[in-house]
Design a protein around this ligand. Structure first.
Ligand code: IVH
Length: 672
C-alpha cells in the first residue's frame, strides 16, 4: 500500500469507526456486530503501527471511546477506567504469558481467571459503606453520573454488609442483563407492539442511559464486580479482593478461579467456553489477571491497557453476512421452514451457510429479504438463526419473500391454519420430504416395530427409489435389498422376516404408525377403541371424532384431514393389498355388543375411570356425563351419590363394578 493509499484508508476506517461508535455508544443502536467493529479497530491499529506518521490525536485508537451524553452530569474518574488487550488464539495467550514471565523474571505465575461479561462497565463509589456515586466509563477519564439509575438495580448494594470496609471504596464491575430477563422483556415488548431490544448488552446500556430512573427500574439488570480502584483495607491479590467484596455484599461472578501458569489459563478458557451456553448471561471471553498486586505494579501499563491482564475472547456469536436466497424446507409433519442461504460466515466457532428464519411472520416482522446484509447468530449448539436484517445497508429495492402456494417437494397445496404461524404441505405421505420421516416413524418400536429398519437404511431405500410410501416396504425383495450398499444376505433375510412379522398389528399401532398429526399412542388407542374399525374411523366426521375421549377439536381436525387426503387412503389401501392385515382386529373390534347403549359412570371405581370408559366405547356404548331418561345403564362405584339417586328415580338400570367386570369377561375382554 502506498503512503497516499494508506492515508485514505486510515481516514475511511476512522470515519467508519466513529460512525459505529456513535450508533453504539450514543444511540444504543448498533449496525454491526462487535466482531466487525473489533476488526475495523484492528485494521486501523495495524495500519497505524506500519505508518506511525498517520496517527492523529483524535484517532479512535487513541482513546477508549464513547462520549458523555447530554442530560447526565460528568464524573471525573479518580483512577482512569482502562481497557484490556485482546487475544483470539492460544498462541496470543502464550505470547502474553511469555511477556509476563520475562517481565517478572519467573515462571509459574498465578492468575485470577474470570468470565468476561458482555455488559456495561460501571464504577461504584462507597463512602463510609454507602453508595454515593455510580459512573459509566465514558472516555475512560470522565464518565456519566448514572447513580439514580444504578440505585434501582437490586444486585448493587446501597449499603455494604459486614465490617472492615474502608472509608472510601471504589468498586468496578459490569452491569448486564440476564438472558431470561432479556427474553421476558422482549416478549412483553412484542405483545405491546413496542420495539424489542437488539441484544442483552444493548439492553443494559440503553437501560442505564434512561433519563428517568423509573424506566431503568423496570429493566431486568444485574451486576458483578471485577476490581477496585482503591486499595485501602483490601488483600494483596485480585482473587482475595474479590472474595472480600463478596463478604461485603457485592456480587462477584461465581466462576472466578485462581489458576497457575499458561496451562491453567488455557484450561480455564476451555472450561468456561463449554459452560458458556448454560450461564444465563452473555460473556464474550475470559480475562486473566496476574493475581498479586505487587507483580501487577511491577508490570505496569502500555498506553491504556495493563500489561498484567489479557482478555481471551471466544469466537463471536454474531456475525454479518449476505443473505443469498430464502429456500423452503419441508419437515417431518409437513411444516414448511424458510431457510436462509448465506454467504459462508464464521460464527460461534463454525462456518455457517444456512440459518433458520423460523416462519413467514418472523420474516415479515424482521423485514428480511434476499440480497440483504443480515446478522447471523449461533450461540452454543443452537441452530444458527438470522437475528435481523441490517436495513441501513440495503442499497437496492429488494423483493419481499413469498411463501410458495404449493409444496416445493411434491407440488401439493400449502395450507396455513388461521392463527397458526406455520404453513404446511398438504401432501401427507406422498410428499418425498415427509416420506423419509414418515417411514422412519412407521418402523419404530412403538409403531410397527420393524427390527433392522434404521434411519440410514430408510434414507437409502428412499434415495434408491425402492420405497415411496410405507406400503412399498412390504414389496421389497431379497434381490433388491442385497443390491444396497452395506447390506449382506443375512441382514436382508432378517429384514424381510421382520417385515413379515409386522404384518398383523392391532389397529391402534397401525394408526400410531401412520403418523397422523397429534395422534400419539394414547390417542391412537382411544380412536381404535372407539371406532373399532379403520372403515368406521375413516368415515367419522370431526363432530363424531370429538366424542372420543382425549380427542379435542384440533386433533379431530387433523384426523379428519388425514383421511380426506386421497393419497393417504391410497397408502392404506396399498398396505392392505401388500398383505398388512388389520382385518382380524376390525372383526374383533367390530363386535359391538353394547352398540346403542348410553352409559354413565359414577362413584369411586377401582379401575381408572378412563379405562372403564375406553372399554365401554370399544364395545360400542356411548359414555355421557349425566343421567337422563335416555341413559341405559349407570355403573355405580363406591359412595355413589346424586347420580345414583336420579337413576333410581328415572328407573335406569344400575350395575355394580364387580358385575361390570363379569359382563366384560362374558364378551371376552380381559382386564389387566
Ligand atoms: S478488568 C484494567 N474484568 O471488559 C482492567 N473487565 O475491555 C479493566 N469486562 O470495560 C477491566 N468482564 O467492562 C475486567 N472480569 C472482567 C471483565 C471486564 C468484562 C469489560 C469491562 C471493560 C472491558 C475491557
Amino acid at each position: 500500500m502506498t503512503q497516499p493509499e494508506a492515508h485514505k484508508r486510515a481516514e475511511e476506517l476512522r470515519r467508519l469507526i466513529e460512525h459505529h461508535n456513535y450508533r453504539y455508544y450514543v444511540l444504543d443502536d448498533p449496525e454491526v456486530p462487535d466482531a466487525e467493529y473489533d476488526r475495523l479497530i484492528r485494521q486501523l491499529e495495524s495500519l497505524e503501527s506500519r505508518h506511525p506518521e498517520l496517527v492523529t490525536p483524535d484517532s479512535p485508537t487513541q482513546r477508549v471511546s464513547g462520549t458523555p451524553m447530554d442530560g447526565f452530569e460528568t464524573v471525573r474518574h479518580r483512577v482512569p477506567m482502562l481497557s484490556l488487550g485482546n487475544a483470539f488464539s492460544d498462541q496470543e495467550v502464550a505470547d502474553f504469558y511469555r511477556r509476563v514471565a520475562q517481565g517478572l523474571e519467573r515462571e509459574d505465575i498465578e492468575f485470577a481467571a474470570e468470565p468476561k461479561l458482555d455488559g456495561v462497565a460501571i464504577s461504584l463509589t462507597y463512602v463510609d459503606g454507602l453508595l454515593t456515586t455510580a459512573a459509566t466509563r465514558g472516555d475512560g477519564e470522565r464518565g456519566e453520573d448514572v447513580t439514580a439509575n444504578v440505585r434501582t438495580i437490586r444486585a448493587v448494594p446501597l449499603k455494604l454488609h459486614g465490617q472492615g470496609w474502608p472509608a472510601l471504596l471504589e468498586v468496578r464491575g459490569e452491569i448486564y442483563m440476564p438472558r431470561s430477563g432479556f427474553e421476558a422483556f422482549n416478549r412483553r415488548a412484542r405483545e405491546l407492539g413496542e420495539k424489542p431490544l437488539v441484544n442483552p448488552r444493548n439492553g443494559a446500556a440503553g437501560s442505564l442511559r434512561q433519563l428517568d430512573p423509573q424506566l431503568t427500574a423496570k429493566r431486568p439488570l444485574a451486576f458483578f464486580a471485577y476490581s477496585t480502584a482503591t486499595r485501602d483495607n483490601l488483600p494483596d491479590t485480585q482473587f482475595d479482593t474479590l472474595a472480600r467484596l463478596k463478604d461485603w455484599g457485592i456480587p462477584v461472578n461465581p466462576e472466578v478461579r485462581r489458576v497457575r501458569g499458561l496451562d491453567g489459563c488455557l484450561a480455564y478458557h476451555q472450561r468456561i467456553g463449554t459452560l458458556r451456553p448454560t450461564l444465563g448471561y452473555d460473556i464474550d471471553g475470559v480475562v486473566y489477571k496476574v493475581d498479586r498486586f505487587d507483580q501487577q505494579g511491577f508490570l505496569g501499563f502500555v498506553s491504556k491497557a495493563p500489561r498484567w491482564a489479557l482478555a481471551h475472547k471466544f469466537p463471536a456469536e454474531e456475525e454479518i453476512t449476505r443473505l443469498l436466497d430464502i429456500d423452503v424446507q419441508v419437515g417431518r409433519t409437513g411444516a414448511l421452514t424458510p431457510v436462509a442461504r448465506l454467504e459462508p460466515v464464521f460464527v460461534g466457532g463454525v462456518t455457517v451457510t444456512n440459518a433458520t428464519l423460523h416462519n413467514e411472520d418472523e420474516i415479515r416482522r424482521k423485514d428480511v429479504r434476499p440480497g440483504d446484509w443480515v446478522m447471523v447468530r449461533r450461540a452454543g449448539d443452537v441452530i444458527p438463526e438470522v437475528a435481523r436484517a441490517i436495513h441501513e445497508r440495503r442499497r437496492d429495492v429488494l423483493p419481499e419473500f413469498q411463501m410458495p402456494e404449493t409444496c416445493p417437494e411434491c407440488g401439493s397445496a400449502v395450507e396455513r391454519v388461521e392463527g397458526e404461524a406455520v404453513a404446511r404441505c398438504s401432501g401427507g405421505l406422498f410428499c418425498p420430504a415427509q416420506r423419509k420421516h414418515s417411514i422412519r416413524h412407521f418402523a419404530t418400536r412403538k409403531a410397527m416395530d420393524i427390527e433392522g429398519l434404521g434411519d440410514k437404511l430408510v434414507d437409502q431405500l428412499v434415495e434408491e427409489g425402492l420405497v415411496h410410501t410405507v406400503a412399498d416396504l412390504y414389496l421389497l425383495t431379497h434381490e433388491q435389498l442385497v443390491s444396497l450398499e452395506r447390506m449382506g444376505g443375512k441382514s436382508a433375510e432378517n429384514l424381510l422376516k421382520a417385515l413379515e412379522d409386522s404384518k398383523h398389528p392391532p389397529l391402534d399401532r397401525l394408526l400410531y404408525a401412520l403418523g397422523i398429526r397429534e395422534v400419539g399412542e394414547v390417542t391412537a388407542h382411544s380412536l381404535a377403541a372407539h371406532f373399532g374399525t379403520m372403515k368406521a374411523l375413516q368415515q367419522a366426521d370431526e363432530q363424531t371424532l370429538t366424542e372420543v375421549s382425549d380427542v379435542g377439536p384440533i386433533v379431530a381436525g387433523h384426523v379428519a384431514a388425514f383421511f380426506q387426503q386421497e393419497n393417504n387412503l391410497q397408502v392404506i389401501q396399498a398396505l392392505s393389498e401388500a398383505g398388512v392385515d388389520w382385518q382380524a382386529l376390525e372383526e374383533q373390534g367390530g363386535e359391538q355388543p353394547l352398540a346403542g347403549e348410553i352409559w354413565v359412570l359414577t362413584g369411586a371405581l377401582s379401575m381408572p375411570r378412563i379405562q372403564a370408559k375406553n372399554l365401554l366405547e370399544s364395545l360400542g356404548a356411548k359414555v355421557t356425563g349425566s343421567v337422563s331418561a335416555k341413559t341405559t345403564m349407570l355403573l355405580a362405584g363406591e359412595a355413589a351419590g346424586s347420580k345414583l339417586a336420579k337413576a333410581q328415580k328415572l328407573d335406569v338400570k344400575v350395575i355394580s363394578e364387580s358385575d361390570f367386570v363379569k359382563l366384560l369377561q362374558s364378551y371376552g375382554v380381559q382386564i389387566s
